[in-house]
Design a binder for this molecule. Structure first.
Ligand SMILES: NC(=O)c1ccc[n+]([C@@H]2O[C@H](COP(=O)([O-])OP(=O)(O)OC[C@H]3O[C@@H](n4cnc5c(N)ncnc54)[C@H](OP(=O)(O)O)[C@@H]3O)[C@@H](O)[C@H]2O)c1
Length: 258
């Protein structure tokens, strides 16, 4: 019931962190998995855990031309996908409200346009499945506005809207759309964070929650609850977030000497 077994799956962001842990978990359940990221070497290394059931497709999810090439190669690897997990992501913080649009574009290219490109490549193959699922990894950071997360949080909030709209657009067809929102996970993405990360989880714990949520066909997969419930409550009572929490978290104390 809580396992994903014997499916045909495509996972982006597979070379590291949460994506890698998902591949390890799902490969042990007789799933056929296409793994993607930019680092072909890391993917080939990961393929060794189940060479018969894992195929490597290196691509840059933020590059539409490269994704057109990836779509052609994907169609050569499998004629059907039951589950796609758009997990590729990057994080850049906006220190001191620099508002550097180049940084914002880099983050949106992967976190938002990467998911759009992934769905475009996958849709023809998802159409071949009887119970297709498209899941994307957002973040609990999009629930409320976090200081320094203007670019990252906004890209994940845009992703949230995109997923809702796709879900609405496909409400008469079989496609199930899932929004995965992790809290803090101990991966290369967070290793340089210089602030306390409450309820930090391992990638393996995250992969377990994600598999369970997807197997139960949940639309929203939030974890850990100890973080998601307080954040959802604060999002409901937004003035509390801005009055009580944000002033403790921001590092900006003057607009002149930022
Ligand atoms: N760690 C957390 O606390 C946390 C919390 C909430 C949400 N998330 C989300 O979870 C997802 C996975 O993050 P993670 O923590 O596992 O980070 P990670 O270990 O840094 O993994 C990121 C993955 O994305 C891939 N990637 C990055 N840019 C790419 C691109 N342009 N094209 C293709 N692949 C690309 C990376 O591979 P290459 O570098 O080889 O391309 C890597 O496989 C992300 O969407 C992240 O935003 C993470």
């Amino acid at each position: 019931m809580d396992e994903i077994r014997d499916k045909s799956i495509w996972i982006t962001g597979a070379s590291s962190g949460i994506g890698r842990a998902l591949v390890c978990r799902l490969a042990a359940r007789n799933n056929f998995i296409v793994i993607s990221s930019r680092s072909r070497g890391k993917l080939l290394e990961l393929q060794k855990i189940a060479p018969q059931r894992i195929r490597v497709l290196d691509c840059d999810v933020g590059d539409s031309e490269d994704m057109a090439r990836a779509a052609r190669e994907l169609a050569g690897l499998t004629d059907q996908l039951d589950l796609v997990i758009a997990g590729a992501g990057v994080c850049e913080y906006d220190d001191d409200l620099q508002l550097d649009t180049a940084s914002y574009r880099r983050v949106f290219d992967v976190n938002f346009f990467g998911a759009v490109n992934t769905l475009r490549c996958a849709l023809p193959l998802l159409a071949g499945s009887r119970a297709p699922q498209f899941a994307a990894v957002g973040s609990l950071s999009s629930v409320v506005g976090f200081p320094r997360a203007e670019a990252y949080g906004a890209s994940k909030a845009a992703l949230a809207y995109f997923l809702d709209a796709v879900r609405a657009d496909t409400s008469q067809v079989a496609l199930q759309v899932a929004h995965i929102r992790p809290g803090f996970i101990d991966t290369p993405l967070t290793e340089s964070n210089d602030f306390a990360m409450p309820f930090l989880m391992s990638p393996e714990q995250a992969a377990e929650r994600i598999e369970r949520g997807l197997a139960r066909r949940h639309h929203t997969i939030d974890f850990p609850r100890r973080l998601s419930w307080p954040l959802r409550l604060l999002a409901f009572f937004r003035p509390l977030w801005f009055r009580l929490c944000a002033p403790r978290l921001t590092r900006i104390h003057s607009l002149r000497n930022r």
